[in-house]
Design a protein around this ligand. Structure first.
Ligand code: IMP
Length: 424
């Protein structure tokens, strides 16, 4: 196997960090292809927690090379903090990281606009990390890129234009635009520190492919947050799906060998927007507590609900999933009954995938499956799982027509059942 894509198959926070970390053991390169510091990977190593926002989750495997592709948006200050955090743990060396010179920058005015907009009624509930405005600049063709940090004159010129452009918007939202001088000084300083890592990321990935090296392309957020295929407008601003990996890294679809979708055994969402299987009662609260469902980036409590098969089926199709990695199944232990949404009743019909809009109008149709009481955290082979857990997994596989390649039974690396390794 050459290149494997890992995507979130729900609304993000599916546990991609743990799975990418695990698959990275067999990878030579781990490449992030989209999103920015809105993502949050919680990694647990030897009982210690490390949260990364920009750095690929493969960072904990010392032998892997790390790449941030041009589909990402980079907040240099956050990236430097993460480099330092890895350095302290002895996990960083300058040869390890390449940041695409073409990746766009997230600048102070992006964060300010994001924050001001999100205070208004009907907001999306963003992470306030400036992601939307940074991608707006990119498609409006007035963004600043990582490579611009290395050329003072160009950086100054482009920043002046950008601030002139955003000033009326910021003022109309009741804010005060950041001063140019402060931004220039701070960011050029960041640029000096990041300079050794800035380069032609797509070229590095291409060469690695030619040499037959194994590449893991790491998605951020999830399919239902994709700007095209998600629950628009309650989405992020990037392409989170497998197709986005090709454009966000700069490789062709013929280079991809497998696509793995990460899905929780139930569903969560942070931020606003429709969520058909949401449980806003004690059952939802119990899932939140059992699964420690609080945002890694913002600390917000995640909304919790039953597994949504139409949403997952959509993810299988949109991403062309080869297999799924089912995470946090241990969180369901102790429930008498487990519900799964098999379809949406809408407009006199039952839909098996989400409609293009009106997701808040659908009525979920549920099937009820028997729960189990046995703890799962010590299971290491599929056969070790209690019969009812195996039935739950098989039920999902059949409903979405996609095999489970991995089942995660706890937060630690070892608490994992690998049914099929995508690199083998
Ligand atoms: P933004 O990406 O900060 O613009 O936020 C847009 C929407 O995506 C909001 O509902 C966020 O809560 C959600 N979102 C962004 N990143 C993540 C993530 O990594 N996990 C879960 N939700 C996310």
């Amino acid at each position: 196997m050459g290149a494997v894509i890992v995507v979130g198959a729900q609304w993000g926070d599916e546990g991609k960090g743990k799975i990418v970390d695990l698959y990275s053991r067999n990878a030579d390169l781990v490449v992030r292809y989209g999103g920015g510091a809105n993502a949050g990977h919680t990694l647990v190593v030897d009982g210690q927690q490390l949260v990364t926002h920009l750095m690929p989750a493969g960072a904990l495997q010392p032998g892997t090379q790390l790449v941030l592709g041009h589909g990402t948006v980079i907040d240099p200050a956050v990236l430097l903090e993460e480099i330092d955090a890895l350095d302290v743990r002895g996990l960083f060396s300058s040869q390890r990281l390449t940041i695409s010179e073409r990746a766009h920058l997230v600048l102070p005015h992006h964060m300010l606009v994001d924050e001001l907009r999100d205070q208004r009624a009907g907001s999306l509930g963003t992470t306030k990390r400036g992601i939307g405005p940074a991608y707006e600049d990119k498609v409006a063709r007035c963004g600043l890129r990582v490579g611009d940090l290395l050329n003072e004159q160009r950086f100054r010129r482009k920043l002046t234009t950008a601030l002139d452009w955003w000033r009326p918007t910021i003022e109309a939202l009741g804010g005060t635009p950041p001063t140019e001088a402060a931004t220039v000084e701070r960011y050029l300083e960041c640029g000096k520190r990041l300079a050794p890592y800035v380069g032609d990321a797509a070229g590095i990935v291409w060469n690695a492919l030619q040499q037959g090296r194994r590449i893991l392309l790491e998605g951020a957020q999830g399919t239902l947050l994709d700007v095209d295929s998600g629950t628009y407008p309650f989405v992020t601003s990037s392409s989170t799906v497998s197709g986005g990996a090709c454009s966000g890294v700069g490789i062709g679809p013929t280079c991809i060998d497998a696509v793995v979708g990460i899905a929780k055994a139930y569903t969560t969402r942070v931020g606003n927007g429709p969520f058909p299987t949401e449980l806003d009662d004690d059952a939802g609260q119990a899932l939140r507590e059992a699964g420690s469902e609080f945002g890694a980036t913002t600390g917000r409590p995640r909304r919790c609900g039953w597994l949504d098969l139409p949403a997952l089926r959509h993810a299988v199709r949109i991403n062309g999933l080869s297999g799924i990695a089912l995470t946090k199944i241990d969180v369901l232990t102790g429930l008498d009954e487990i519900k799964v949404c098999t379809g949406y009743r809408f407009d006199g019909k039952v839909l098996d995938v989400p409609p293009f809009d009106d997701l808040d109008e659908v009525e979920p149709v549920y099937a009820s499956l028997p729960g189990w009481t046995e703890p799962l955290d010590a299971c290491r082979r599929f056969e070790d799982l209690p019969e009812r857990v195996r039935e739950y997994v098989h039920y999902i596989e059949q409903a979405i027509e996609c095999p489970a390649w991995l089942v995660s039974v706890g937060p630690d690396r070892e608490q994992t059942i690998v049914v099929h390794d995508p690199f083998m």
